[in-house]
Design a protein around this ligand. Structure first.
Ligand code: ADP
Length: 353
């Protein structure tokens, strides 16, 4: 049948708090899988993986994601695939219960039994931070158009000098945020993080706007105006700049600060304005903490990954401006094209053959 023609030789999975990310290598590019799980064909195209394909002969790397809360969809997807014995550990066995796949993220622990019971798959765990770093290092070295700056609405790809890659700060914005100082292959330290991350945006956003999904919330934030809810320097200084300490009248003095005044209820604010203030608050905060950690270790380059970014202009602009503002132009925020797949790719790279 159409489905079974897709042979997967290697597959890795990153099971996070919000999303499951899968990277797999398939040698048959002719067959279509769109009839099995309709939503996937779109997802599969969403990630630009063109550059990566040049590095691998006679096959393609695919990138797929699922919501962790709908892990059943992921199980269904995997059971529809013809998984060959992945990696060296199971060379001699064709038995389905001997299949091992590289897995990272907290769900590699949490769902280990589920994978064993439903699919006969053993999750071969790769440590989460190690996977992120391996994934980022691979992308930064092997893919020419991977990292880019986002300034004034313009994406600009950055040529990375391989000999001058380290050290850098890796900021992964998933449900929570990890900040890792990377000094080389396998040489890294998780130096900081914040619980105010993508999960906070989605969680608070759902409560405050009644949005049902991340995409809806992002879409809403497009149309909003944060100045309706944020207290600006100008609101406090009567429209004037506070020039003595270098704050423009339009700078945010207090996120959501205007909501304290008047006799307003949640219903009096437009969901789009709330979504915008929330996105701004969280992106700004991450940009600031990232900069402080870069400063702490003398790092000039900050690479950002994780599915919170989703190539979203306003998010990237806010983070870039925050890093530029706090570092007075010294440090640069750079985004990665395979943003959310760092961990899954890192686990994938862990296959020895
Ligand atoms: P984790 O490994 O913790 O799941 P990810 O890097 O996958 O982290 O990022 C999860 C975050 O990405 C969510 O908290 C949310 O802010 C954002 N996000 C982007 N796209 C989606 C989506 N389709 N569904 C849910 N969250 C999404």
């Amino acid at each position: 049948s159409e489905q079974s023609c897709e042979e997967i030789s290697h597959l890795s999975i990153d099971i996070g708090g919000t999303l499951i990310k899968i990277v797999y290598f398939s040698t048959n590019s002719k067959c279509s899988t769109s009839d099995e799980v309709p939503a996937l064909s779109k997802e599969r195209q969403e990630v630009p993986n063109g550059d990566l394909n040049h590095h691998i002969l006679s096959g393609r790397l695919y990138f797929v994601k699922f919501e962790t809360s709908k892990i059943e969809d992921c199980i269904k997807f995997l059971s529809s695939k013809k998984l060959q014995q992945c990696g060296a550990q199971c060379h001699h066995s064709h038995a389905v219960d001997k299949i091992k796949i590289k897995a990272t993220g907290g769900g590699a622990f949490k769902f280990a039994n589920l994978f064993k019971e439903k699919l006969g798959i053993t999750l071969d765990k790769v440590e989460e931070m190690e996977s992120l770093v391996t994934g980022a290092n691979f992308l930064l070295k092997a893919v020419s158009h991977e990292a880019y700056t986002y300034i004034g609405g313009q994406k600009e790809y950055v040529q990375i000098d391989q000999k001058d890659l380290y050290p850098y700060l890796l900021v992964n914005i998933g449900s929570g945020v990890s900040m890792i100082k990377v000094d080389g292959d396998g040489k890294f330290e998780r130096v900081s993080g914040t619980s105010v991350g993508g999960g906070t945006f989605l969680g608070l956003g759902k409560l405050l706007t009644k949005c049902q999904s991340f995409d809806e919330l992002l879409e809403l934030s497009h149309q909003g105006n944060n100045r309706v809810i944020d207290m600006l320097v100008g609101d406090i200084y009567g429209g004037l700049d506070y020039s003595k300490i270098g704050l423009a009248s339009t700078a945010i003095a207090s996120s959501f600060g205007k909501a304290i005044s008047e006799n307003k209820e949640l219903e009096d604010y437009k969901p789009e304005d709330i979504a915008r203030s929330l996105l701004r608050m969280i992106s700004n905060n991450i940009g600031q903490i990232a900069y402080l950690n870069a400063l702490r270790f003398g790092l000039k380059r900050i690479f950002l990954g994780g599915f919170f970014i989703r190539d979203h202009a306003y998010t990237m602009d806010t983070i870039s401006v925050a890093v530029d503002f706090w570092s007075k132009g010294e440090a640069k925020a750079m985004f990665l094209r395979h943003e959310g797949f760092l961990g899954a790719l890192g686990a994938f790279m862990n296959y020895k053959d």
